[in-house]
Write a protein that binds this ligand. Structure first.
Ligand code: ZN
Length: 311
């Protein structure tokens, strides 16, 4: 099973997660820029974070055989903080960079006037840079927030095929399906969507324009939820082709619209996802699989993921 996780915050995760993801079949990820769990206090905080996403994190992922891409944007939560507004002026510098495959995460948190302004401004940037837009839906008042989100996207004149609307559930999927936007689903351990509900949605709506992600971050989340969803699909009678469409072909088609995906295998890593990608039904890595081993001597600006000499 080859897997592209189109929404995961790897900078909040450990190298153990990268190794387990590789064993589960993950070969590519998109890491959307998001908030830190506490407020940033100035624009420099964003600049260092964005540089980390497209530099160190990309290097770190490759050490475990995984291709890393980023989306760059001012997240909805911090759109309300005047100290963060200045970041809008530095976004164009990042949106021009290789490895940045979309503008995001955009959208609403509390649906304020400030969020409206920042959302519209960044949709305009997506059009200007001919990049996809990665839009999240609010966790509170989700149904109303999703409808308003779709109105803003339509009014902005953005091609719906260039937009993914994420964190959907049973109450929001139909409106997004009708809009022509891509449908994103985040599979969490104990809130919102889980594997069984995802399978039921796929049965009803099919696999077209559907993206499944773990949205794993610093909170309660699981970077192997993509693999577990693929397994749940197989158990429910979906074919291996269906799983490949949802977990690989769809994210490649969507983010490939940026023209900036790098999907060739990392040198030194096995091309096949079957031999080393074996996992049991729980999604845990198969102990007989070949673990991803960071390349000795590889550094990014002089820094390595290794600690001390390898015995
Ligand atoms: Zn996220």
């Amino acid at each position: 099973m080859r897997i592209f996780d189109p929404h995961i915050h790897m900078s909040a995760r450990t190298t153990n997660d990268y190794a387990a993801m590789y064993l589960a079949g993950v070969r590519a990820v998109v890491e959307p820029a998001f908030w830190l769990g506490q407020p940033r206090t100035n624009v420099g905080s964003f600049v260092d974070y964005f540089d980390g996403l497209i530099g160190w994190e990309r290097f770190r992922a490759a050490q475990y055989g995984i291709r890393h891409h980023a989306t760059i944007g001012l997240n909805p939560k911090e759109a309300n903080d005047p100290r963060c507004r200045e970041v809008l002026a530095v976004l164009p510098r990042y949106l021009a960079k290789d490895g940045v495959v979309a503008v995001g995460e955009l959208g609403y948190d509390s649906m304020t006037a400030e969020e409206d302004e920042v959302f519209v401004a960044q949709l305009a940037l997506a059009r200007e840079f001919e990049l996809p837009a990665m839009v999240h839906t609010p966790h509170r008042d989700k149904a109303a927030g999703t409808l308003r989100t779709l109105d803003v996207i339509r009014d902005a004149g953005v091609d719906p095929g260039m937009v993914v609307v994420d964190h959907l559930n049973e109450t929001t999927v139909a409106s997004v399906a009708d809009s022509g936007c891509w449908m994103g689903f985040s599979i969490y351990p104990d809130t919102k969507m889980d594997e069984a509900r995802m399978v039921a949605i796929l049965r009803e709506h099919g696999t077209e324009r559907v993206l499944v992600n773990s949205a794993a971050d610093w909170g309660n989340s699981d970077p192997l939820k993509t693999r577990k969803t693929g397994q749940a699909m197989l158990d429910a009678g979906f074919t291996e082709h269906d799983v490949d469409v949802v977990l690989w072909q769809n994210p490649v088609a969507f983010y490939g619209q940026s023209g900036r995906l790098h999907l060739d295998p990392v040198p030194g890593f096995d091309e096949s996802t079957d031999a080393s990608g074996a996992a049991d039904a729980s999604g845990a890595a198969d102990a007989s699989g070949t673990p991803a081993v960071p390349t000795a001597g590889a550094t990014f600006e002089g820094n390595s993921v290794l600690r001390g000499a390898r015995a």
